[in-house]
Design a protein around this ligand. Sequence first.
Ligand SMILES: [Zn+2]
Length: 70
Amino acid sequence: MNIREDIYCPNCGEYAEKYNSLDTKTVRTSCSHCDYLLVQCSETGKVIEAYAPGLLPSGCSQLSASSISR
Ligand SMILES: [Zn+2]
């Protein structure tokens, strides 16, 4: 199950969503305004996957888009 939180995107400051997945023990932060993505382990805080527009090569956008599940 997922716990959804409303947050502000740390990248662009717009409305974004944070999903805390109890099944996979991951926290996923995603912003539809700038495609910011951050996946962290909820137990250790370790970053599993991260994507922020403007910070990484644009080639990563396809990778992050395919990993977003709603
Ligand atoms: Zn954003």
